[in-house]
Structure formats: C-alpha cells, structure tokens
Design a protein around this ligand. Structure first.
Ligand code: ATP
Length: 274
C-alpha cells in the first residue's frame, strides 16, 4: 500500500492527534520526522541518524496508526507492506519483493517504509523451526535481502524504516544490531487515563446524548485490558445499537451494552487461541 499525502485527493491522513494516549511513543517517533525534514542539522554535527525503529506491543494498540501519523506530519509518502506478504512468495520472489519495495522507497524519498508483522519475515535463521521452510533457502534469502536493504539506506537516502512486532523474542538478532532496528518504541495496552483519552477521541465522531467527557471517564474504568482497537469497536457498536432501536443519539446504555459485546468477542477470540 502506498499513501502519499502530497498527492491531491489522497484525503486527510492520520495525524498525531488521532493517536490518543501513547505520549512517549509519539515523542520518540516525532524525532524521525525531524531526521527526515532537517537532515543537515544532524549531518553537520556528525551525528548518524537511526535508520528505523521497531514498534513493539500487542495488536490493536496503535502501531500502524502511529507509523501513518509520522508520514502525515512529515508530509511524506507512506509505503506499507505486511511481513506475511513476503513469506507467501516462492522461487526467490520474497527477496525480489523486498528489493522492489526499497527501490520504490528510494524513488519516493523522503518517505516512510512500514513493515507490519516483521516477525513473519524476520524470524531467527537456522534454528530448526525458524521459517515457513525450516529456516533455509527461501525465508533466509528474504531476510538477508532485508538486511542488505537496511544497510543500504541512510539519512542521505531519506528513507526511514518502521516495523511492528509483538514477538521481539523470535526476531533474528541481525535485525537488532546497531545501525539496524536499534530503537525500540513500546506501544502497550493503554492504562486507565489513556483509555479515557482514546474514548474521548472516538466518541467525538458519533452523536451523543451528553458531551463526550461525560462518558469517557466511566467507560475507561469499565474497560481494563482493552486495546485502542477494542475501544474504537465499542464506540462503533454503541452507535449501531442506538441505530437499531431507532434512537437519534447514543447514550450510556448503548455504550455499556457495547462493552459487554466486545468483551464477549475478545473472550471467544482468546478461547479459540488457547
Ligand atoms: P496490529 O498489530 O494488529 O496491526 P496495531 O497496533 O497496528 O495493531 P492499529 O492498526 O494501529 O493497531 O489500530 C487499530 C485501530 O484501533 C485504529 O485504526 C484506531 O481506530 C484504534 N486505535 C488503536 N490505538 C489507538 C490510539 N492510541 N488512539 C486512538 N485510536 C486507536
């Protein structure tokens, strides 16, 4: 996927203000916008700017959202691929896809390359169960190509690589060496105050009986363990529930119903996984 905020008609991109909570993570990635926008500031000091960062944390906590926001705020293109898109390939095509992605990125620089689920491509090599083909051949070639491409990019190229994973433990150590993914940015499940902020953000997009702040505090206290994606889901389910009963505004009852529904969904999901 390529999102280019500079092209007309590409719509309103995800902004930093759309990522609620996650204050520290936002501060850390904001630095990357500056690396891309003002490379000379760092070059003249002799500083080597990081080539990329790894966004860590459970699903639905805003990793993709944050990576997109970096691109929008920097007014630069965002090139995204999922790690599994490389591993489905056979006959050297995975490595070729990596090469093509970076070729395109260099053409569009300055830009952000985002690889979601990096673990699909970046599992440890030669550990017996390391890849879809047992750690040899195909998956190894793909990972090697990624390492080659990472070494080839730098602040001069204006390509910043962001990648996300929830499995730091299984990543090949070569990916974590200095000069590669040596920055780690944690995006964990939101705490109560962060959940309040995420509710407040999403509640703004629906029609409520009372102001958003009236609901957000109570909803945050009811939703321990919810991710940002779960919260977005609760808000939408509440609006659907209100519509189902022909209501013109969403009320506390709809929101409470939606929490139950989303809890049911996550329980089913975790049962299926266990
Ligand atoms: P995955 O690893 O499953 O891709 P992710 O961490 O990349 O998950 P996102 O895709 O960024 O999660 O988040 C999914 C959706 O959840 C977002 O589109 C947004 O609606 C909501 N969301 C998640 N985190 C936040 C947040 N901090 N603030 C506002 N909305 C959030």
């Amino acid at each position: 996927t390529i999102i280019d905020p500079l092209l007309p008609g590409s719509g309103r991109g995800v902004k930093f203000s759309d990522v609620a909570g996650a204050k520290e993570a936002k501060q850390e990635v904001m630095e990357f916008v500056d690396f891309l926008k003002n490379p000379d500031k760092y070059r003249t000091l002799g500083a080597k700017v990081p080539k990329g960062a790894l966004l860590l944390g459970p699903p639905g906590c805003g990793k993709t959202l944050l990576a997109k926001a970096v691109a929008t705020e920097g007014q630069i293109p965002f090139l995204a691929m999922n790690g599994s898109e490389f591993t489905e390939m056979i006959g050297g095509l995975g490595a070729a896809r990596v090469r093509d992605l970076f070729k395109e990125a260099r053409k569009r620089a300055p830009c952000i390359v985002y690889i979601d689920e990096l673990d699909a491509i970046g599992r440890q090599r030669s550990s017996g169960q390391s890849g879809f083909d047992g750690g040899s051949g195909e998956s190894e070639q793909t990972l090697n190509q990624l390492l080659v491409e990472m070494d080839g990019i730098g602040s001069k190229e204006g390509v910043v690589l962001l990648a996300s994973t929830n499995r730091l433990d299984i990543l090949d150590k070569a990916l974590l060496r200095p000069g590669r993914f040596d920055r780690h940015i944690m995006m964990d499940l939101p705490n109560q105050e962060e959940r309040r902020e995420i509710f407040e953000h999403h509640l703004k997009s629906i029609v409520l009986e009372k102001p958003a702040s009236y609901y957000s505090r109570r909803m945050a206290s009811l939703t321990l363990g919810f991710s940002g994606a779960d919260i977005a889901n609760v808000v939408n389910e509440a609006a659907l529930h209100a519509a189902r009963y022909g209501k013109k505004v969403v009320s506390a009852l709809d929101l409470e119903y939606a929490v139950e529904r989303v809890v049911g969904g996550t329980e089913k999901r975790s049962q299926a996984l266990s």
